[in-house]
Design a protein around this ligand. Structure first.
Ligand code: PHE
Length: 333
């Protein structure tokens, strides 16, 4: 019987090694180890053997053979399963060549970068952001800012008017200051806000001018606000935006909507000065135009060009280069 068992084992091992499908292994499993399998049948006939020693030796051989076959089955199953997995993965593979070949990702324009960085710095100083329309009324752009119809300062703004409304009443905003008016009309003080946006002037493009450019306006309205708060804010902003080795100064100037008014400059580490924008204490007439009592409320405002900041930061000679959208130029920033 032992020879028969060993012969059956060898036959089984050969068949298992040659099997290349899981179903076939299942059939071999049943054929040798199943309820009516070859080894089970041998086991049932052990009782027919005469001596105890014979029974023990045959039983041992039968156990060993059964184990050899079942571990060969397990090993072969694992090999076939992993081969099938490799095949399936190969079949499910997606061709991503086209996706990989997409053009390189771009990035925000350098004016947008400066705009976003300015917002970050002012948010860090405790300001909120507001925006307003680019097409404005004469009231918001001029009149409420203490420039009545015949005011000479109006002519300094090179205004572009639309023809949607009676002459001279609707225009492309010439600065972001009208957003101050809209903010004060909608929100009660205290107000701590900055207002970035696109502005328009009838200018011929040259190295330092564009008819469309960007400003950011700052407005604070609260009780007991003084020029010292203005100077301190400008200085804190200068250091936060340009770095701790920059300083700022105010120089007397005139704007109809602020009194007193100043121009503000920043000083580079090498000692040279750059003019950045205008500022001042909100004119009492401006507070009155939006229904605020100048005896109770006071405030300061400032405004400066975002394009100029970007130009300054990157040392760009000609502002027009920023808008020609030549990829070789703009991808540098
Ligand atoms: N609006 C002014 C300009 O465009 C700048 C400014 C803003 C000045 C706020 C004073 C206060 O020139």
């Amino acid at each position: 019987m032992i020879e028969d068992v060993l012969a059956a084992r060898d036959e089984a091992l050969i068949a298992i090694a040659a099997a290349s499908q899981l179903e076939l292994l299942g059939a071999l499993d049943a054929h040798y180890l199943g309820k009516k399998g070859v080894f089970t049948t041998y086991k049932a006939s052990l009782g027919a053997l005469t001596t105890v020693d014979e029974k023990r030796a045959a039983g041992q051989a039968l156990n060993d053979a059964g184990q050899a076959v079942s571990s060969a089955l397990a090993l072969r199953r694992a090999v076939i399963a992993s081969a099938e997995r490799v095949l399936r993965l190969g079949a499910e593979r997606i061709d991503l060549t086209e996706a990989m070949a997409r053009p390189a990702r771009g990035h925000a324009h350098l004016v947008t970068q400066a705009w976003e960085r300015l917002e970050d710095v002012f948010i860090g100083l405790g300001f909120q952001i507001a925006e307003g329309p680019e097409v404005e009324t004469d009231f918001h752009n001029f009149e409420a800012l203490n420039m009545p119809p015949s005011h000479p300062a109006r002519s300094g703004f090179d205004t572009m008017f639309t023809d949607y409304a009676p002459d001279g009443t609707v225009l492309l905003r010439t600065h972001t200051s009208p957003v101050q008016i809209r903010v004060m009309q909608t929100i009660a003080p205290p107000i701590y806000m900055v207002m970035p946006g696109r502005v328009f002037r009838r200018d011929t493009p040259d190295a330092t001018h564009m008819p469309v450019f960007h400003q950011i306006e700052g407005l604070v309205v609260d009780r007991n606000i003084t020029m010292a708060h203005l100077a301190g804010t400008i200085d804190a902003f200068t250091r936060a935006f340009f770095g701790g080795d920059f300083t700022s100064r105010l120089r007397p100037n005139y704007f109809p909507f602020t009194e007193p008014s100043a121009e503000f400059d920043i000083q580079r580490p090498d000692g040279t000065w750059i003019e950045l924008g205008g500022c001042g204490m909100v004119h009492p007439n401006v507070l009155r135009a939006v229904g605020l009592d100048p005896e109770e409320w006071s405030g300061f405002a400032f405004g400066f060009g975002i394009d100029r900041m970007a130009r300054e930061r990157h040392g760009i000679d000609d502002i027009r280069d920023m808008y020609s959208n030549d990829i070789r130029f703009i991808e540098q920033f």
